[in-house]
Ligand binder design. Structure first.
Ligand code: FIX
Ligand code: ZN
Length: 413
């Protein structure tokens, strides 16, 4: 293929991928009805935990002193240390600049001028503006019945927002049974700490009640590297006795996020979580023994990615999604997307944003789309070199599948 033909093909692919509306299937964003839980604006972007972790590589201030400051002051310190005193070379710092640039702001104007621009927006309008700029058609929230700030919104009868969908998040149920069992009892579910009596049926009733209230698309948990299955542990008992039966009955996928080691440095709060290698034979057992249950899976550790992709070749009830957190950096997006495409074709969901601040979907999708387009274009060029040409409709079909279409099809299976 001539250089000119390949350049034209690459341009076509990038244009189609850039214009393909995305389903952002895992975020920590909220619809405007959740009021203060919906984070947006410059200060929120600057105090994102990804940037806090980096700023503390420079700060000498104690963690407690930093957390005692106002959000505005924290944001100013982070801006100064990561953007003024140092060059914003990391992915999260570059991300802030991409977002500002795409919003039409000049970051060199400094914080006060930019803050004024953000202050003019009403949340509901800003959601539309940002989703439009980011090319995102739907945002899936992470919804927790254990969160005392968001639960009242559901209990007050929140009925939804067409721009947002919901996922039922159950970490406290599986990871902290000792404290969650009494809480469920208090809420009228007849559970016993030792799993006796009606416990499993009642946990299923709890899941059914909340999945219905939330109109949830899937049930999600994040897991530490030490997760073992099968095992004589509360988490394994709950998976067998309640989660799998509920997912089987409801048809909702069980979403597992492997490899987060929580609070390796508690002083950093949300920024203090780390990563570790998971034993994915746990997942293999789950997929093999429960062909009638769907599993949505992402892994945090790079060294788990290859095994995960191979497992997805073996089990059609396993759908891989996204590049989570420490994986969401250009070099790793590139190598992992390439490897997944080479092992699985387009039968995975290439990315999710994990955004906690609305504005972040602008940079997260911009950066990932560029790489997904580049990897896809390489594959079409390889095919063109052996006479298999690819038209726009085909590129659109593949891009759609990778950017949420495959996820939607998996939900319907
Ligand atoms: O558990 C999760 O869903 C993680 O995404 C969060 O715990 C984490 O803080 C995060 O925001 C990563 O991107
Ligand atoms: Zn998340």
């Amino acid at each position: 293929m001539s250089t000119q033909t390949s350049a034209a093909l690459r341009e076509r692919v990038q244009r189609i991928v850039a214009g393909m509306p995305v389903y952002d299937i895992h975020t920590h964003l909220y619809a405007p009805a959740f009021q203060d839980l919906l984070l947006f604006g410059l200060d929120e972007q600057l105090i994102y935990h990804y940037l806090v972790a980096e700023a503390f590589r420079h700060f000498t201030i104690s963690y407690d002193e930093f957390w005692a400051l106002s959000k505005e002051r924290q944001a100013e310190m982070i801006w100064d240390v990561l953007f003024v005193q140092n060059t914003p070379l990391s992915e999260p710092t570059r991300g802030v600049l991409t977002t500002l640039h795409k919003l039409g702001l000049d970051a060199r104007d400094g914080l006060p001028a930019m803050r004024g621009w953000f202050a003019k927006w009403k949340p509901a309008d800003y959601v539309d503006h940002v989703m439009e700029l980011a090319g995102v058609h739907t945002i899936c929230m992470t919804n927790s019945p254990f969160d005392d700030l968001e639960r009242p919104v559901w209990e007050a009868g929140y009925t939804g927002d067409s721009r947002f969908s919901h996922a039922l998040r159950i970490d406290p149920l599986l990871m902290d049974w000792d404290n969650t069992a009494p809480l469920l009892s208090k809420r009228g579910y007849e559970v016993q700490s030792d799993f006796s009596g009606k416990t499993f049926a009642e946990v299923q009733r709890f899941l059914r009640d909340w999945a219905t209230k939330m109109n949830a698309l899937y049930v999600m948990v994040s897991l530490p590297p030490e997760f073992a299955y099968p095992a004589d542990t509360p988490i394994a008992k709950l998976i067998d006795g309640a989660i799998l039966p509920f997912c089987r009955e409801s048809g909702l996928p069980f979403a597992l996020m492997f490899g987060v080691r929580r609070a390796v440095n508690p002083g950093l709060k949300l920024a203090g979580d780390g990563v570790g290698l998971s034993d994915l034979t746990t997942l293999q057992r789950l997929c093999a023994e429960n062909p009638d249950v769907k599993f949505l899976v992402t892994v945090l550790q790079r060294e788990n990615q290859h095994e995960l992709a191979v497992q997805a070749r073996k089990f059609r009830n396993l759908h891989i999604f996204g590049l989570w957190w420490f994986m969401n950096v250009p070099g790793l997006i590139n190598e992992t997307t390439r490897m997944r495409l080479e092992l699985l074709g387009p039968t995975f969901t290439a990315q999710h944003s994990d955004a906690r601040v609305l504005d972040q979907i602008i940079y997260k999708w911009d950066h990932s789309r560029q790489i997904i387009g580049e990897v896809l274009a390489d594959k079409y060029c390889d095919l063109a070199a052996i006479g298999w040409t690819t038209d726009d409709a085909t590129i659109e079909r593949d891009a759609k599948q990778l950017l949420g279409g495959g996820f939607e099809a998996f939900l319907k299976r």
